[in-house]
Design a protein around this ligand. Sequence first.
Ligand code: ASP
Length: 342
Amino acid sequence: MSRWWLQGFAFVFCGAFMSLAAASTDEPVANVVLAVHGGTGLDKVDMTPELSAKLRAVLKEALQAGERRLKEPGATALDGVEVAIRILEDSPLLNAGRGAVFTHEGRNELDASIMDGKTKKAGAVAGVTVVKNPISAARAVMEQSKHVMMIGRGAEVFATQKGLEIVDPAYFWTEGRWKDIQNVWEAEKNKRSEVDAPADRRHTQYGTVGAIARDTAGNLAAGTSTGGMTNKMFGRVGDSPIIGAGTYADNDGAAVSCTGHGEYFIRYSVSHEIVAQVKYKKSSVKDAADDVINRQLKSAGGEGAAIVLSPAGEYAAAYNSEGLYRGWVTASGEIVVKLYED
Ligand code: ASP
């Protein structure tokens, strides 16, 4: 075996081992009306008190805004999900909307999806570059078109026609994400030249955002929005806009939003698999999330997480990464936000 291969093997093996050493499941919480996530995020060693405070603040803001919306007369779970995700998309700290990661070509291509647990209607957009809030475009596809998914220019023209806010692609540029892609380019130059050369884990943290909600009528909804993965090839689509992979909601099962290495989430139909276990196997949301994320995905080498909410309001999260930026709010208004186990 050449030295190059040995180095490559050690790099990939150690990376996989280190990032997948964890397996955590939050204890279930009762009576939750809205939960959000902001991806699996940075390794703890890279977290600073300042960043931690900012992340907690934006997760809390999203929960408060979503909860307020859910309390308005006639508001649905979809409204709570959309409002919460728009706030997370507008934050430059998270990999969705503003703050999206860069493709291999140095651009931002955004994906999002939303699903209504009552009607099983769903909408999604992929590879959009000028839509300020892709989650709203996904909802427009669901409610104002006869389709479920639209991509690229077609999705952008549709969003424009529906009056959604359109921005210059430069709106999505943030210094931190730009540094990340530059570091990856540098690492690739030094290691090997293929487009999919494994990037250092520090530059491929998963920062997708998502929300799951339950309204006063007992209906569920789920949504997910992302810039994808740093250094993805242009045109690559991950799990976040794929119904059954990154997002799923079924009033007879659960609402699920995922984050992580999208290729694995697509292959394992993660969000639908969790819902199916709750619906048919009668697993608790905790057991279903734990089985899929911490057993099935983990043994396959797929890093990531899922947040899950049942029609009865039981919430759980599972993550096989070191952390998961997340939070929830109960019907009595109690808000909890966590970045790691604590
Ligand atoms: N799941 C997303 C993707 O693969 C990435 C993430 O969760 O951060 O596109």
